[in-house]
Design a protein around this ligand. Sequence first.
Ligand code: FEH
Ligand code: ZN
Ligand code: ZN
Length: 343
Amino acid sequence: MVHWQAPPELTDMPVPEPGPGEVLIKVAGAGVCHSDLHVMEWPEGTLPYALPFTLGHETAGWVHSFGPGARGAGLNEGDAVLVYGPWGCGLCPPCSRGAENYCRHAAEIGAAGGGLGRDGGMSEYMLVPSPRLLVPLGDLDPHTAAPLTDAALTPYHAIKRSLHRLVPGTTAVVIGAGGLGQAAVQLLKALSPAEVVAVDLDTAKLDLAAESGADHCVLAGDDAADRVRRLSGGLGAALVLDCVGADVTMATAAAAASVESDITVVGLAGGTLPVRFGAVPWEASVSMPYWGTRPELAEVIALAAAGKLHLPVKTYPLKEAGQVYGMLQEGKVPGRAVLLPQP
Ligand code: FEH
Ligand code: ZN
Ligand code: ZN
């Protein structure tokens, strides 16, 4: 990422040397996230990042080498790991409980993590500032595991906080059946007894959502909320997870939600939802959670290891990054694309 509001460039970089406390990762695969398209389109000053930096905030690979003092019990050269994406100070109260997504010093740090202000995983090697930001992958394949650290962790965090609402007989709705949406459908089926409804404009993505376990698929449009309401016996949904976040999807979310529901927006399209009498159901909570915690990432890995989460992933060589971002922009990536840096 060399210039704001410009496509990223492929460049040669020296292999980094891990400094004190750092770990060098040999990258197996880096996920291509829709947020990167927003990072590229937003004007200079929107994000507090210094340019240039290497993109890729979903990274899986192997421990290559340790900087002085970074070696510790439980992690060895060659171990397969996921990189936990949000990098905080590591010491403040949220960071101490593994919630570096809500580090109190985020503004001073000036970068959200590798691929978001610091060099990320779209590269043969990636420097990680501390072993605390690595979660062992066990036997999962690092070539395809990268999306677990964002495309799965983000909806996992969002869903987990609403599980108390998803009792038998309730309905959960996922709007947007891209990478996050597919993970959300699988997570809801694995974690709750709720009926799951997927909503999207694209029938191919809805077919994939059905394969992911969605009980019902609804084509996005003016009648989508009514259809959800009918599917839920007139009640509406106890959780609506909006993976798009545009005006139109947030309006659908509010219209599809039940009394005492959660309307949870994780998509970054920048839409607005008016919260006023008549616009949202009584006692509905509207929130925008950001990413997830490190302990939750270990839980996501455990679900994947148990065979309960298998994101639809397609791999491409890193040198095709430009084309893959283009496909993502046009909505032509089913599930998640992962870039492989090793030939
Ligand atoms: C990246 C940049 C800004 C907000 C959110 C993201 C995510 O893709 C991480 O969840
Ligand atoms: Zn992301
Ligand atoms: Zn912190």
